[in-house]
Write a new protein. Structure first.
Length: 330
């Protein structure tokens, strides 16, 4: 039987003012699907890309890429979840900004009782991103304790998780951020060094910190404003991983530049290349959950908004007024 749900969505691509709270009907799950009632919904910069049409989707478009709640029903063929399960997910099909949704079960995992719903909603996309970056997106020879890595936007939701996870792995994470307060936050969460890119030349500071050697890998979600100069922070055979573009798409790179700067590697990884089955998604999530349960990684939820204030949440996110993680509460 169809049920009513409230959904924050856009009917046209554009600014935060285009987000409206609508009532829609939600039916039963089909084969390979579940129906989940959200207890919390994560907020991420990819939601802005969806809202503006940078990453186009059919309209009207319900926003949101991660959430947590209780499974109400499962469709044919779904065996890893059942009605009544606590669950959380990151999904490449938007729609988490809602009280209730039907969705593919492929990337939905069981949420341990010890982890609160708002924590689950705030950590899935960001935490799984850190997992695939620090554990799978690695330079030649891998990473060992004591190695330097550079992580841009270190005071954001992904960045603060990365600071903690890197510390647990014994890595020396150099974080960049846009203010002294955000740099202090990165240091508080485990960064070995923090650079205010508004007042310091991050390339010069990285060279200074590493005694001129550079870092083995740069993890860059900023894009246009940082990526080209990030290459100058790498040691020979280093890896530049661009996993986002908050400031816009990076400029094209001439292949010969990679040779001139030390036989560098460049990659553009995505989370959804990694979470391709319930088994792989659950395995990655279990490692994330273990890090959180151990206390090595804490999920900093600094902003909570009612679902009806999704537009304001986007304004704050784009103005870089937020730190850590943000969630919507249905």
């Amino acid at each position: 039987m169809p049920q009513k749900a409230l959904v924050a969505r856009v009917a046209a691509f554009g600014g935060p003012e285009n987000i409206h709270l609508d009532e829609v009907e939600v039916g039963d799950p089909g084969p390979g699907e579940i129906r989940i009632r959200h207890q919390a919904c994560g907020i991420n910069f990819i939601d802005v890309y969806h809202r503006t049409g940078t990453y186009p989707n059919p309209l009207p478009l319900a926003l949101g890429a991660e959430g947590a709640g209780i499974v109400e029903a499962v469709g044919e063929g779904v065996t890893h979840l059942k009605a009544g399960d606590r669950a959380a997910y990151a999904a490449n099909v938007p729609g988490s900004y809602s009280t209730l949704r039907v969705m593919s079960a492929r990337t939905v995992v069981r949420l341990p009782d010890a982890i609160a719903f708002d924590t689950g909603a705030a950590m899935m996309l960001k935490g799984l991103t850190v997992q695939y970056l620090l554990r799978k997106t690695l330079p030649a020879g891998g990473l060992q304790p004591g190695d330097f890595v550079l992580f841009h936007a270190a005071a954001g939701g992904v960045g603060l998780i990365a600071c903690q996870w890197a510390r647990a792995l014994g890595l020396k994470l150099i974080g960049t951020a846009g203010s002294d307060a955000k740099c202090a936050l990165a240091l508080e969460h485990g960064a070995s060094h923090a650079i205010n890119y508004q007042s310091e030349d991050f390339v010069a500071r990285v060279k200074e910190i590493t005694d001129g050697r550079g870092v083995k890998v740069v993890y860059d979600s900023v894009g246009k404003d940082t990526f080209t100069r990030s290459l100058d922070c790498l040691r020979p055979f280093g890896l530049a991983a661009c996993f986002g573009a908050a400031s816009g798409k990076p400029a094209p790179i001439e292949v010969g530049t990679l040779a001139a700067k030390g036989s560098l590697y460049v990659t553009r990884p995505t989370l959804f290349s990694h979470i391709t089955s319930p088994e792989t998604t659950q395995a990655m999530a279990d490692e994330l959950f273990a890090m959180v349960a151990s206390g090595a990684v804490k999920i900093p939820i600094a902003q909570r908004y009612p679902l009806a204030e999704a537009a304001q949440a986007h304004r704050d996110l784009e103005a870089r007024k937020t730190t850590g993680c943000s969630v919507l509460l249905p």
